[in-house]
Design a protein around this ligand. Structure first.
Ligand SMILES: Cc1ncc(COP(=O)(O)O)c(C=O)c1O
Length: 372
């Protein structure tokens, strides 16, 4: 049996027909930018994230840049980011003119190391810290991280590209954030039919600034408060997301069922995984196995041979990129991020996976490791 790493085409019965008629209706009325679909989406996002303001934008990378600009991070400011995250987190800091330094990660949950964070704050007095909630949950110490930043007067930006629908202590993970972002890249838990993203906050002025920067820095149609950029979400993406939200609880349920099935099989067969901390209700975004470094290539080859997809989220740290020294100021903590890159191996995970697909994928990993 072949299993894709992710199957974006497994739509619910009737979904594509509804989408087809939505495209027709929007096109017939030439409704392409803004309009009721975007407003409806922002209202729904507010309620999903339990935040006061949700501003849609063009993608998750812009969302981080908008958040940084809205809180006043700019030229020459120091920003601490995790050493293990998607490159967009690093990129966003550089693109606003600020200077990134990395914090090592905690291998128990993939969040940042608290001691390394404290060291970075002491040494650099950064203007902002960005944390990334990877894999469908957040750091077990999320509240401690938020408190440290509040106490030190440092803005904490939470990159929530991978955690839409996840909860901490019974509340949306975005609710307790000062400012947070997400991506609706198609492979995300809530994915668009292209690129899209959003920023969430409870602060009215921050929300106003995000909207202003995402629409050319406009005050009025032809007068400008500042130089912004065009990062509007287009109407088709909003419409696709509105439709997808109707199905999201079922999709998350299906993902989380697959996670539970993986946990049953993998934990009884001695496979190491990073799993969601106890205080989180995850969204089932991704499976994270840690395999012996020396066998990773062989394991990948066996999966390719068997036609079973796998992921590598992420194979190397921010500080390891060839171009990083050009931009990066410092690196705090040890080498967990580098080790994580060398050992991480993600099994297929997507909504409506068949039980047999989960079993086959998990069993291939177990058999391969046992044979080496
Ligand atoms: C952690 C993280 N941050 C930022 C992004 C960037 O989002 P986008 O691809 O929508 O720009 C992604 C998504 O790929 C991500 O996973």
């Amino acid at each position: 049996m072949k299993v894709p790493f992710i199957d974006l085409k497994r739509f619910e019965y009737g979904f594509l027909e509804k989408w087809e008629s939505k495209i027709f209706e929007l096109s017939k009325n030439a409704n392409f930018i803004g309009g009721p679909e975007v407003s409806k989406l922002e209202e729904s996002l507010k309620s999903w994230t339990q935040t006061n303001y949700a501003v849609s934008c063009a993608n998750g990378t812009d969302a981080i840049q908008l958040a940084l600009r809205a809180v006043g991070v700019g030229k020459g400011d120091h920003v601490l980011i995790p050493d293990s995250t998607f490159w967009a987190t690093f990129e966003a800091v550089v693109n606003v003119g600020a200077i990134p330094s990395t914090i090592d990660v905690d291998l128990s949950d993939g969040g940042i190391e608290i001691e390394a964070l404290k060291e970075g704050i002491k040494e650099l007095n950064p203007k902002a810290v960005i944390i990334a909630h990877l894999y469908g949950w957040g750091s077990a110490k999320i509240k401690e991280i938020r408190n440290i930043c509040v106490e030190k007067g440092i803005t904490l930006v939470e990159d929530g590209a991978q955690c839409f629908g996840a909860e901490v202590d019974g509340e949306s993970i975005y609710k307790g954030a000062y400012i947070s972002t997400t991506s609706f890249y198609p492979a995300k838990v809530l994915g668009a039919a292209g690129d899209a993203g959003a920023v969430f906050t409870n602060d009215v002025e921050i929300a106003r600034r995000i909207r202003m920067y995402s629409n050319h820095g406009r005050k009025d149609h032809y007068s400008y408060e500042d130089v912004g950029f065009n990062s509007r979400m287009d109407t088709f993406q909003a419409a696709f997301l509105n439709l997808s939200l109707e199905y999201l609880p079922d999709r998350i349920k299906a993902r989380v069922n697959a996670v539970a099935q993986y946990n049953d099989i993998l934990s009884t067969n001695g496979i190491t995984q990073i799993v969601a901390p106890r205080n989180f209700k995850e969204n089932g975004y991704c499976n994270v196995c840690l395999v012996p470094e020396e066998h990773k290539k062989t394991i990948q080859a066996r999966f390719t041979e068997a036609g079973i997809g796998f992921g590598n989220i992420y194979p190397s740290a921010m500080s390891e990129q060839e171009c990083s020294p050009k931009y990066q100021n410092a690196r705090f903590g040890g080498n967990n991020s580098i080790l994580l890159g060398k050992t991480v191996f993600n099994l297929p995970l997507f909504p409506y996976m068949a039980k047999e697909e989960v079993d086959t994928s998990a069993q291939l990993l177990i058999d391969t490791i046992n044979s080496l």
